[in-house]
Design a binder for this molecule. Structure first.
Ligand SMILES: [Zn+2]
Length: 267
């Protein structure tokens, strides 16, 4: 069995400081990377216990560079996204399950830890066929295009809720932290969080036959609202996409891949 693990950082266990998601070679950044590796290795260990033989880890946060091959345990192999054009780099129909580790809630999710959809600064709302989606939804569609179900999502309680709302009760989830009223993040102890991830990964593969790929009905209408008209104009120009109003790009995706590859400037 082959398992694809897509990683992000905002939803990693023990990560309670936005500085730990930076890629600035600060002490906090390296601490964030150590925490990320801990969750990824828990997912690998659980996948192996659940029968995985081949595992690909895609280092998704900020385009990659957060994990080194020495950080992950064998037999997993490490890759990273190839921009918007090929987000789930190396994914194909030979995989049986996709895990989303360290996931975060979509832009605008009140109370969530660092919610955003791609660009926290510029993207206000991304929607497919009228339904607002975050990165969890996008990745489920991209994996679903290869008939691969998202079998496990780990992240904060809001990311987990978003995953279950979209993918249904069959998806295995681990909530590793919660933001209480007043904005204080409460993280599970690392040993507890990682044990839950090991168990959930193993459990997800044991019931993989019950999980369905998330299929997109095509052609799909994709809208992206920006905060600023200037930024909207710039994105529209670089990607050759029309604006339907001063802050909204709208396009038709005739393939699942295009829901993100449309934003690739190299198109
Ligand atoms: Zn991220």
């Amino acid at each position: 069995m082959k398992v694809y693990i897509m990683t992000d950082m905002e939803g990693v266990s023990g990560l309670a400081d936005p500085g730990m998601c930076e890629q600035d070679a600060s002490e906090a950044c390296f601490e964030g990377r150590r925490l990320l590796a801990g969750d990824v290795n828990a997912a690998i260990e659980g996948a192996l216990r659940g029968g995985a033989e081949e595992i690909v880890v895609c280092d998704g946060h900020g385009g990659g560079g957060n994990l080194r091959a020495e950080d992950i345990i064998s037999p997993a192999k490490l890759t990273k996204p190839n921009g918007f054009a090929n987000y789930l780099n190396g994914m194909d129909a030979t995989f049986e399950a996709c895990f989303l580790i360290g996931a975060h809630a979509m832009a605008g999710t009140a109370g969530a830890f660092m919610p955003h959809t791609q660009s926290a600064r510029d993207w206000k709302e991304y929607a497919v066929n009228g339904r607002p989606l975050g990165e969890i939804g996008q990745l489920a569609i991209l994996a679903g295009d290869y008939d691969v179900p998202v079998a496990l999502v780990t992240g904060d309680s809001f990311a987990v809720k978003e995953a279950r709302d979209l993918l249904g009760e069959a998806v295995a989830t681990v909530s590793v932290k919660h933001t209480a009223a007043g904005g204080r993040v409460q993280c599970l102890a690392l040993d507890a969080a990682r044990k839950l991830i090991v168990d959930a990964a193993r459990g997800a593969l044991n019931k993989i036959k019950n999980m369905k790929p998330h299929k997109l009905s095509l052609p799909a209408t994709v809208t992206l609202k920006f905060y600023s008209p200037d930024v909207a104009r710039r994105w529209a120009e670089t990607t050759g996409t029309a604006l339907s109003d001063s802050v909204t790009m709208t396009f038709t995706a005739d393939s699942a891949e295009k829901i993100l590859s449309q934003f690739s400037p190299s198109r």
